[in-house]
Design a protein around this ligand. Sequence first.
Ligand SMILES: Nc1nc2c(c(=O)[nH]1)N[C@H]1C(S)=C(S)[C@@H](COP(=O)(O)OP(=O)(O)OC[C@H]3O[C@@H](n4cnc5c(=O)[nH]c(N)nc54)[C@H](O)[C@@H]3O)O[C@H]1N2
Ligand SMILES: Nc1nc2c(c(=O)[nH]1)N[C@H]1C(S)=C(S)[C@@H](COP(=O)(O)OP(=O)(O)OC[C@H]3O[C@@H](n4cnc5c(=O)[nH]c(N)nc54)[C@H](O)[C@@H]3O)O[C@H]1N2
Ligand code: SF4
Ligand SMILES: [Mo]
Length: 698
Amino acid sequence: MAGKRVRTICFECHSRCGVLLDVENGKVAGIRGDKSHPHSRGYICPKGKACMEIMYHPDRILKPLMKVGGKDSGRFEEASWEAALDAVAENLLAVKDKYGPEAVVFGSGTTRGMAPYLNRFLALFGSPTFMAPSNMSGGPIVMGSAATCGFTLVDPDYANSRCILLWAHNPEASWPGLYMNDINDGLKNGAVLIVVDPRQTRLAKKADHWLRIRPGTDTALILCVINTVIQKGLYDKDFVENWCAGFDELAEHVSGFTPEKTSSITWIPAKEIEAAAEAFAQSPPASIGPGMGGVCQHNDAFDLCRALTILSAITGNLAVPGGNLQCSPPTRKRSCYGSDYDAFSNLPEAQANKKLGLDRFPLFRFIPIPTPPQAVWPAIESGDPYPVRALGLFANNSVCAYPNSQRVYNALRSLDFLFCVDYFHTPTTALADVILPPAHWAERDDIEDLLMKNHVMAQPAAVDPLPECRDEKQILIDLAGKMGMEGYWRSVGEVLDDRLAPLGVTWREFKEMERYSTPVVHRLYERKGGFRTPSGKVELCAEYLKGLGIPSLPEFREPAESPASRPDLLEEYPLILTTGGRLLVYYHSSHRNIASLKKRAPDPELQIHPETAATLEIQNGEWVKLSSPRGAVRIKAVFDENIHPQVVHAPHGFWYGVEEGWKRLNINMLTDDENMCPVTGSVPIKSLLCRVEKESRH
Ligand SMILES: Nc1nc2c(c(=O)[nH]1)N[C@H]1C(S)=C(S)[C@@H](COP(=O)(O)OP(=O)(O)OC[C@H]3O[C@@H](n4cnc5c(=O)[nH]c(N)nc54)[C@H](O)[C@@H]3O)O[C@H]1N2
Ligand SMILES: Nc1nc2c(c(=O)[nH]1)N[C@H]1C(S)=C(S)[C@@H](COP(=O)(O)OP(=O)(O)OC[C@H]3O[C@@H](n4cnc5c(=O)[nH]c(N)nc54)[C@H](O)[C@@H]3O)O[C@H]1N2
Ligand code: SF4
Ligand SMILES: [Mo]
């Protein structure tokens, strides 16, 4: 077969870079960046370059597998698709018969495009619960900003900014293809750079203002920044007067957060806080990049995210060029998290009301985000509020991804039925009864509209799936068929046509078009006569939230496990632990078996100040024991002169290549899933207490 080149979208991470795939003899033989892609502009990272290594890896699961020898055997036998899907269908229907459809939950990890297809399936099956880590990954930003201004603060217009504020965000590692070209353009044009991060990342090194914050005290800092802007009269008086509600209440509320008091909470010198606040307010237009992980993993994540929105609003930076843009996917209600598919929005009320998490997080009713895993575990463990007995996990390594891994492991192990869909074996698939092999992203047709600003992109397959691997949409279609389910799509073409209907094109046409874009409208609120909030204004003081038991103004909450809140733990656990700063070469717990990537970051490294290490007689590069009140792991101490001596940082996602690696290397053996944000369900995995000691000492 003659070679061809296919323009598509890389799916190895959320940046969704444009790529060109060279195809030879029915296989992907080369990958390069696509210069015509509006965000990545030709960029491609090592994970993208590893595409062929991933696709044709000897460990890729190539056939359906069924467990033999009992739950804990870890052994599987190859099965036909027919037999494997029969087993899934029978087990899901048996659970439905015995406990009701809500006893079956589907979950997905970080968004890999599956939300519409899984949700529609759940809606027709009758279960309202789609589980995903949104509570620790973007959900609090969606909820905090939507509750305040009616849209989401995830589209900073960095390229046109005069000031870029990266708050708990390191896009150089986490979103290089999506954000870094724009950030670099902004910086080249002279934008001021402010970075709020306990670690001195490379971007923090470049920054005009690096605020080295004590982990978990971000809300105190942002309230002080707001206070400083108000006290110094640096806010946008016109915008506040015409488009904001509750300014006086806000001003009064934040007045206690003086730079001096805030300095004692955050450990940042008062002068530095003031200087950064002034720089932000005095360099319009200014944009805020909230870290999708960094601001979403705190027990006051909702308040932090709405306060960030408030800062953008009172400085006149909402929905303007160079500020934070108001974008919505052109696919509208048929976008990745669109309401046309969402199980909760499409089930009869009585059944929708059973969505797990709703009872504890009432705002989910109005701003639906997927159910936090932590709201599913009690239903599995003790039938609270009703039993969940079967789980289907698509692209999710729950055991390593979610805090308190031992609890997650025990919960999954106790299910009546677990099936997983993954490229590779993981500690989570080991617990499955059935494993199904998905097609790789280069082997499936799809569309991409999540975080793509005003664009929808075609992601056509470059090659056919390896013989027994299946497009996950097809897996769901086949499963629906087995169950005799009415109303689910009948072909992948039909699925994609349905999603593209708002654009008035079919998949066949769209594939040729490659991309569809709508203009970004600035100051949409002027056209619409207001913001999409109860008062029609930016809710600086959101009175309406009181009805849901949520304070109307953002409040700082000391982390539940910190030197200030738990002095009783300090003797045993004297250091502050933050986790999960991204490594460019890995996506969460994935890619650990990919040799070209593994060699670039072979071991989990604990960033620790050399003085702290010295008091513990620990050498640079030495493997140490890191513990928290919940567990302990092995990790390699690596000196970092710029981190605060009482703070350490550990990456997440390590487990591969070591027996029981999920217990020995995985940082989530240490993390807490109890002290959640009461509004968003966020988990406090960026601020905990820990102890570091030599391995030999027990
Ligand atoms: N301590 C700590 N823990 C964290 C975080 C942190 O900062 N600190 N971050 C959290 C965040 S923000 C998130 S989003 C979660 C992420 O959690 P997960 O999404 O569960 O993370 P992954 O480890 O990437 O696991 C995904 C699995 O999907 C498989 N996979 C990849 N592509 C596909 C595909 O197209 N189809 C299928 N079926 N499978 C595929 C991979 O092989 C891998 O085994 O982790 C969270 N965990
Ligand atoms: N290469 C790669 N890219 C990824 C991922 C990946 O696993 N690998 N995961 C993707 C996903 S699902 C997500 S959600 C995003 C997350 O990516 P980001 O939004 O960038 O978030 P994180 O990397 O979790 O944290 C960002 C920064 O916050 C800092 N930080 C830690 N604790 C605190 C704190 O208490 N306060 C403040 N202000 N800063 C703190 C960390 O030091 C880190 O530098 O990345 C995405 N991109
Ligand atoms: S940053 Fe890398 S992994 Fe992510 S989409 Fe771009 S090329 Fe793919
Ligand atoms: Mo995430």
